[in-house]
Write a protein that binds this ligand. Structure first.
Ligand code: NDP
Length: 327
């Protein structure tokens, strides 16, 4: 038997999450059984742990959209017992049981070998949020990052923190947008060269075009923020749209696309093909300084998760939460 955070739904449709013991026979079918070492808390996890169950597709459910650990048993020739692996995406933790357990059973196709230079804890300090930040930076690079500061919105959150550290390490000037002025020192320590108050972007003129300010943007916020940012991009610059922490609407005009050739790039970490995932993890191992990663991390255990799920939905988590499922 081993520990898992299990979410149940009662006859009235009310959900509850609690740590309980389950057995290997309870795990769903899959090719590879993994002894999970670490998982994390992402925005989606907050939705899945919280009231109503968010994106959960079946009950009882073990959330946790990512994990890293060691293969315990494998029916797939690509993996053998003892291999170190990492998983993000594929609707694990939503439609399939995820990483908030000491063991997980998944399809071999969803796994990626842990790249050289990263251990399981570091891989989960990165987690889905950091993996997505890397995909967002790679998408900007594909079309070319312009001279001038690269804007990162939702900067003190998970995606924003990792994007800030990667971009700064690559030599870009990084303008970090935050609604929490008290995180300025933290963001500067990650490499931000400029702190921009959330209101400075949100409360601009709302004209479709403003002065050309940003050479690229990783946007974790969406909504009004993304709409304003589009009109502030340099000619031909790109925005990687990652998230909707500030809203799913997009009250924008087509003018920035027509008159400034701005590119809006949608980033999806869930269904990334194997080769892209391997490439992104290798870039993370190479381009994300581990001391900066350490500065982003707060540790947690399975029993901390219900509270942390509420905190992340309120935008109150700073950086990345790493869950030691064996603690
Ligand atoms: P976090 O909660 O860690 O970070 C989000 C940050 O956005 C907050 O820390 C806050 O930053 C800012 N924020 C929150 N609410 C608002 C608001 N109302 N208006 C403006 N800013 C706000 O979440 P993650 O970084 O893990 O995820 C960010 C988004 O990206 C989520 O929507 C998530 O679902 C999405 N995502 C998408 C993925 C994909 O594949 N496309 C993968 C992973 C995440 P600050 O305090 O600095 O202002």
């Amino acid at each position: 038997m081993f520990n898992a955070l299990v979410v149940n739904k009662n006859d009235e449709g009310k959900t509850s999450a609690a740590v309980q013991e389950i057995g290997l026979d309870d795990l769903p079918d899959g090719d590879v059984t993994v002894a999970v070492e670490y998982s994390t808390v992402n925005y989606k996890d907050g939705l899945c742990i919280g009231p109503g169950g968010g994106l959960v597709r079946n009950y009882p459910h073990v959330p946790g959209i990512d994990f890293a650990g060691t293969v315990e048993a494998s029916d797939d020739p690509r993996y053998k017992a003892g291999d170190k692996v990492v998983l993000t995406g594929w609707r694990v933790g939503e439609a399939y049981w995820g990483g908030y357990a000491q063991k997980a059973r998944v399809k071999a196709d969803w796994l990626v070998p842990l790249p050289d230079g990263l251990d399981a804890r570091q891989a989960m300090a990165v987690g889905t949020a950091g993996f997505t930040a890397m995909l967002a930076v790679m998408a900007l690079e594909d079309l070319g990052i312009k001279d001038g500061p690269v804007l990162v919105t939702g900067a003190a959150g998970g995606v924003g923190s990792v994007a800030t550290a990667i971009l700064a390490n690559l030599g870009h000037q990084v303008a970090a947008v935050t609604g929490r002025p008290e995180t300025a020192e933290y963001l500067t320590s990650l490499g931000a060269t400029q702190i921009v108050a959330r209101e400075e972007i949100n409360e601009t003129t709302k004209r479709p075009l403003e002065a050309e300010a940003w050479g690229g943007c990783v946007d974790a916020v969406g909504g009004d923020m993304l709409a304003r940012v589009l009109g502030q991009m340099q000619y031909g610059a790109s925005v990687s749209a990652v998230g909707l922490a500030g809203g799913a609407g997009l009250p924008a005009t087509v003018i920035p696309f027509l008159l400034r050739g701005v590119n809006l790039l949608g980033i999806d970490s869930v269904m990334q093909p194997y080769d892209n995932r391997v490439r992104a993890w290798q870039r993370i191992a190479k381009d994300l300084p581990m001391d900066k990663l350490d500065a982003m991390v707060q540790p947690a255990t399975l029993s901390d998760l219900p509270q942390l799920g509420r905190d992340i939905l309120k935008g109150q988590v700073k950086g990345r939460v790493v869950v030691d499922v064996n603690a």
